[in-house]
Design a protein around this ligand. Structure first.
Ligand SMILES: [Zn+2]
Length: 171
């Protein structure tokens, strides 16, 4: 039987060596990148993520992007998308789903802080664009969710709203 005077130290060394080896030996993880950031060339949200189509960006991090809906039903109507093309939110892996929801909460807090609505509404339904998107709305009555209230905003109003929201983000 081999006795190790400080087994914890040996285990730590081994595990740290294994981690180091993994980091050093792993090539750039192309498969992971493809999985995380797969794109559909015909998808308007993928084009926004890639910067090929302009949008009024409110927030961006490594895995998610939040921007104003260009056909808002309320001023401040914001979309949050994962940067990878996945049609249904419930088909995202758990990590990406949780990240999307964390960004959604950040945008909800921002809309509350910047626009002071009675309520902040969230919808995931997926009609329109088949790239997962969460819709966040400032609400003052249940009727505010009606698409009959679609608001036509000028470019100037979009820029003002995107600036207001992006400056209100609590990072
Ligand atoms: Zn897409």
């Amino acid at each position: 039987m081999v006795r190790v005077s400080n087994p914890h130290s040996s285990v730590d060394q081994l595990s740290s060596y294994a981690t180091k080896q993994r980091r050093e030996e792993s090539p750039p993880n192309i498969l992971l990148c493809v999985t995380l950031f797969s794109m559909d060339p015909n998808c308007i949200f993928c084009k926004i993520v890639a910067g090929e189509i302009p949008a009024h960006i409110v927030y961006e991090d490594e895995h998610t992007l939040a921007f104003l809906d260009n056909e808002p039903i309320r001023e401040g109507h914001t979309l949050i998308v994962p940067k990878t093309h996945v049609d249904y939110a419930h088909h995202l892996n758990d990590e990406m789903y949780m990240h999307l929801m964390t960004t959604t909460k950040k945008i909800m807090l921002t809309v509350e802080k910047a626009l002071s609505p009675s309520r902040v509404g969230v919808i995931i339904e997926g009609f329109g664009v088949n790239h997962t998107h969460v819709k966040v709305f400032p609400l003052n009555s249940p009727d505010d969710l009606s698409t009959h209230h679609e608001k036509i905003s000028s470019d100037e109003e979009f820029v003002e709203m995107a600036t207001l929201l992006s400056q209100s983000i609590n990072n």
